[in-house]
Design a protein. Structure first.
Length: 176
């Protein structure tokens, strides 16, 4: 995450071990092994200096950026210690998957059905990004689209109400 945030600020600059250790998130004795693992996975690139196994500098790769921005995949590969935020995020992802199933079994046919399925996928893709990168107007608009074809959306897409609640909660926490 540190390399991701640094990349967004300056994509050309690499961070050295001292920069990473300064944050206090990684213990010194685990830094080299973790960075080499991430490098072996293709998620970061390392500049190796004259002090093996320590690296001279590191930078996130495009594959690493894609993983960080896909919260669902990121949490599967690197699960966080359980906490309130992680539990809400996990619940949101489970509800989105349930929403996919609910939309698939909806009573709509033809073009209306295809539009609903595309809208659910669009919402799924948007919410897979880190919460701070959600486009609020996009999320709110798509949630409205999902309700539009139904007289009682909570009967056809029961997960939708809880998703709306969790999204609103995440947005309040992000901006408040």
């Amino acid at each position: 995450m540190l390399l991701y945030e640094h990349y967004l600020n300056d994509p050309l600059e690499m961070l050295g071990p001292a920069d990473i250790l300064e944050t206090g998130t990684v213990p010194r004795d685990a830094l080299a092994a973790n960075m080499h693992y991430l490098s072996d996975c293709g998620l970061v690139e390392l500049m190796i200096g004259y002090n093996p196994p320590m690296f001279a500098a590191a930078r996130i790769t495009s594959k690493g950026i894609d993983l960080v921005e896909n919260r669902f995949e990121f949490n599967l590969r690197f699960p966080a210690a359980p906490g309130e935020d992680e539990e809400a995020t996990a619940e949101l992802h489970l509800l989105i998957e349930r929403l996919v199933e609910e939309a698939d079994f909806s009573p709509l046919d033809g073009e209306a059905r295809q539009c609903l399925l595309r809208d659910v996928q669009y919402l799924r893709d948007e919410l897979a990004r880190p919460a701070e990168r959600w486009r609020t107007t996009v999320v709110e608009t798509v949630l409205g689209w999902l309700e539009a074809p139904f007289e009682n959306p909570h009967e056809v897409l029961p997960s939708l109400e809880r998703i709306k609640l969790l999204v609103a909660q995440a947005q309040r926490e992000e901006h408040g």
